[in-house]
Design a protein around this ligand. Structure first.
Ligand SMILES: NC(=O)c1ccc[n+]([C@@H]2O[C@H](COP(=O)([O-])OP(=O)(O)OC[C@H]3O[C@@H](n4cnc5c(N)ncnc54)[C@H](O)[C@@H]3O)[C@@H](O)[C@H]2O)c1
Ligand SMILES: [Zn+2]
Length: 387
């Protein structure tokens, strides 16, 4: 039995939650998964490992074997790859598997994969027997820097993104940077979009050489276990953790700042029928938000240029014509309609998270605005090649 317990990089304290949760981030930490889980859920005996076809074939057996060698009973449930798995049908599969394998309230679900697996598994864990154990094992850069931390779990409903969900914090997050070695380049780039979003929110936390790092990584010249990359992942987690701790359930509005770039991004993802990756949509959405900011006079063209450089170095699209999936078409009317359906609209209209950089290059702050006009939105969409 492996009983070596690595040291977590941080412990997340959500004031409204009964438990603190540790986050491990280390190359090779998956070989100590059982010990990590035993330290947070000592009374558990059985875990359902939820994954997708690709991640399951790469890491499923390793994870199950490690849990078994740590004395747990472990069963693997494999969902199809892609956003379509954030569905009611997947939830039913997971609930039934939990019942079939006799999961009790002391046991739980492990999400082994990207944000898709994390979101749907978290919702299954939140709802099965009114809430059981939940451990995130993110294997994409995007899920490491963003999706696995913060406790938002959801499925899509009726082409409406993340429409059914919950706030359910994990009991632990275990990130093995070795898993990034098998991640395809397009998915690596998608992860950088959320890093760049975080850099706009909190420049002091993210080093200003991120463009160089993104470029090295997209050219496969930066090892995914490199300390500079691990440092950036840890800094993104720290920024998100601080925002989430201040407003865990988005009740004061502060947590909304994490949605920078996401007003347009969610609409673009929906209109593309998820042909556009979440991170690619965020890259385009950041450009839209920045352009709106320029029109409102709170964001400077120089700051936009800086961000565009970051996006280009990370090999992210700056306009819809650069989107790799050529089957995807974006009609202005469809995008505008999808935006109105987004959860961030309220009775007084769409609420935009706008980056601010009024004096020179001082990035790192945002405003929430409800006064963005239809004309300004259309101008910003033209900027990314729509309309
Ligand atoms: N809950 C949150 O706070 C939050 C935040 C951001 C994004 N999200 C959600 O996350 C989802 C996107 O997550 P994602 O970008 O991780 O996509 P994903 O989960 O679809 O994973 C991307 C692809 O990479 C493959 N993959 C994953 N890890 C791999 C590895 N190590 N090696 C090889 N292939 C691997 C997967 O099989 C999949 O095909 C969206 O649904 C988005 O809404 C949630
Ligand atoms: Zn996102």
């Amino acid at each position: 039995m492996d009983d070596f317990l690595p040291t977590p990089i941080t412990t997340v304290d959500i004031p409204s939650q009964p438990q603190l949760y540790p986050i491990w981030l280390q190359a090779g930490v998956l070989s100590h998964l059982g010990a990590c889980i035993r330290s947070v859920c000592p009374n558990s005996s059985r875990w359902l490992v939820v994954t997708d076809e690709t991640v399951g074939s790469l890491y499923g057996a390793t994870v199950v074997n490690n849990l078994e060698s740590s004395g747990f009973q472990a069963d693997l449930v494999t969902l199809p790859c892609g956003e379509a798995s954030k569905s009611l049908a997947s939830l039913e599969t997971l609930w039934q598997a939990a019942q079939h394998h006799g999961l009790t309230r002391h046991d739980g679900f492990i999400a082994l994969g990207g944000g898709v697996v994390g979101d749907v598994t978290g919702f299954a864990a939140a709802t099965y027997q009114r809430g059981v154990g939940f451990v995130q094992v993110p294997t994409t850069l995007l899920a490491m820097v963003d999706a696995s931390v913060g406790g938002k779990v959801a499925i899509h409903q009726n082409r409406c993104k993340n429409n059914i969900g919950a706030f359910y914090q994990p009991h632990a997050v275990v990130m093995d940077s070795d898993t990034l070695k098998s991640l395809p380049s397009r998915q690596v780039a998608a992860g950088w979009a959320e890093i760049i979003k975080t850099a706009l929110l909190e420049t002091t936390a993210i080093p200003n050489d991120i463009a160089q790092l993104a470029n090295l990584m997209s050219d496969h010249s930066l090892d995914s276990t490199h300390s500079r990359l691990l440092d950036i992942i840890a800094r993104c987690i720290a920024v998100k953790q601080a925002v989430v701790a201040a407003d865990p359930t988005e009740s004061t509005g502060h947590r909304m700042i994490l949605n920078l770039g996401h007003t347009a991004a969610h609409a673009l993802e929906t209109v593309s029928g998820f042909g556009l990756l979440h991170g690619e949509a965020v890259a385009l959405g950041l450009r839209v938000a920045c352009h709106v900011g320029e029109q409102l006079g709170v964001w400077s063209p120089q700051a936009s240029l800086q961000m565009d450089t970051w996006l280009q170095q990370a090999k992210l699209p700056c306009s819809v014509s650069e989107v790799l999936d050529k089957e995807v078409h974006f009609l202005l009317a469809d995008v505008l309609k999808a935006m109105q359906g987004d959860k961030k609209s309220n009775s007084s209209g769409l609420r935009w998270v706008i980056p601010t950089a009024t004096s020179g290059q001082t990035l790192g702050a945002v405003q929430i605005r409800s006064d963005v006009t239809q004309h300004q939105i259309q101008q910003a969409l033209t900027h990314i090649g729509i309309g």
